[in-house]
Design a protein around this ligand. Structure first.
Ligand code: CO8
Length: 373
């Protein structure tokens, strides 16, 4: 079987940062406004009073301290509680493509490739800004790449599933150098008035270049030794926004937003993740001590520590299972790729590592990697 590598990676990080302190201050102002406006109904027991959010809870329960967002305006205004931005005209790149261009350029430079070398682009993310024409095809035009392009969505596992598609396309002979981009423009889907979820997500875009080892000229590359993808249906993480919404006689105010049963997700996903990674380790005869890095999905610090413990059979040492969620928050499918991009340099040739996503679906995408050069 053809040896396939990740030969470059890139991350575009929006400039604007929102700290927990800022987010909680505006949320609590919103709570005061809501409770004052609804005082009569609250006193009559017809409406439940809203409760304050807290920085201590957010950091302890999730590990998140701050997040980057594309549009900060509106999110922190207690009368708005959502990002506000103009719809771009057709002759301007949509946000997701703009982010993808920046991340792709870094990945291409790292791989020592130009856009002309790319013959497949996969845009894989939890939300695709418009159904068609595919964002990836607009990106293909903007970069000046050839071949073909398509969009796909497996929520938090979009990046790992896309990389596995790239590997299969290279092995199947339908592509030779693939660009995978993961523009996670999550903030418009966050319900900033929901105490349970207002702190969870941030915006970012990641990119990876996947190609046959024989064509790779990058200083470093990471062979994809094995891939295991797993899905199992669950309603515990949902978003119901749809192109059919305008046909429904009833309006669901929750439809545009991410929502989840966080505790259930935590409990149900972890065994699935551990099983998938362990199964792939067994198949490839990789012992826990052979794994030099765990680039895990970035949703929750406690979840990552738990998963690392299960896989390694001990507590992870500093830097073994790198965290980026403290400053990026949950960035859906981009999280494990940011962890990889920012923490791959310490490995030496021959070192093995795992990159694993997990999230809505449920879906788990596990890539076993080995530093190739
Ligand atoms: N401030 C203060 N208190 C709070 C807050 C808050 N903000 N929120 C909840 N509480 C309270 C609750 O009311 C509860 O109080 P009580 O005990 O009195 O009932 C208490 O704190 C505990 O609440 P929870 O049980 O909800 O808290 P947890 O400890 O479970 O932590 C987490 C909540 C952090 C959400 C946690 O459950 C978690 O991270 N779970 C894992 C979730 C996960 O991994 N999900 C994957 C989602 S990502 C994904 O799939 C991508 C989808 C596509 C992305 C789309 C982009 C938007």
């Amino acid at each position: 079987m053809k040896k396939v590598v990740i030969s470059g990676s890139g991350v575009f990080t929006p400039e604007s940062i929102i700290t927990n302190e800022e987010l909680v201050a505006s949320f609590n102002q919103y709570v005061d406004l809501f409770n004052a406006e609804n005082a009569e109904a609250i006193n009559a027991g017809e409406v439940a009073a809203l409760e304050y959010s807290s920085c201590e809870f957010i950091e302890k329960a999730s590990g998140i301290k701050s997040r980057h967002v594309l549009y900060k305006d509106g999110i922190l205004d207690p009368n708005t509680m959502q990002p506000v931005f103009h719809k771009r005209p057709e002759d301007q790149l949509p946000e997701m493509v703009e982010m993808a261009v920046a991340a792709a350029k870094e990945a291409l430079a790292q791989a020592g490739k130009t856009a002309a070398d790319i013959d497949l682009i996969i845009c894989a993310a939890s939300n695709i800004q418009r159904p068609y024409p595919a964002l990836s095809i607009e990106l293909q035009k903007e970069l000046g790449a050839g071949g073909y392009a398509f969009d796909m969505n497996v929520a938090c596992s979009s990046a790992t599933f896309a990389i596995s598609n790239a590997v299969n396309a290279i092995r199947g002979g339908t592509a030779s150098v693939v660009l995978v981009v993961n523009p996670e423009f999550a903030s418009p889907q966050v319900n900033y008035t929901s105490r349970d979820s207002h702190f969870i997500f941030g915006d970012v875009c990641t990119a990876t270049i996947i190609e046959a080892a024989e064509t790779a000229t990058a200083e470093n590359s990471y062979e994809i030794l094995g891939m295991k993808l797993k899905t199992e249906f669950s309603n515990n993480i949902r978003c119901d926004v749809s192109y059919v919404d305008h046909c429904h006689p009833e309006v669901d105010p929750e439809a545009p937003f991410f929502r989840q049963q966080g505790r259930k997700v935590f409990k149900e996903l972890l065994p699935l993740v551990a099983d998938v990674i362990q199964g792939e380790m067994d198949r490839l005869q990789i012992a826990p001590d052979d794994l030099k890095r765990l680039w895990l999905h970035q949703a929750n610090i406690n979840m990552n520590i738990f998963a690392a413990r299960k896989i390694l059979g001990r507590d992870p040492e500093a830097g073994e299972a790198p965290l980026v969620l403290d400053t990026y928050a949950n960035t859906a499918s981009a999280g494990s790729i940011i962890a990889f991009h920012q923490n791959k340099q310490g490995l030496v040739v021959g070192d093995k590592a795992v990159l694993c996503s997990f999230g809505a679906g449920y879906s788990v995408g596990c890539l076993m990697l080995q530093r190739n050069r």
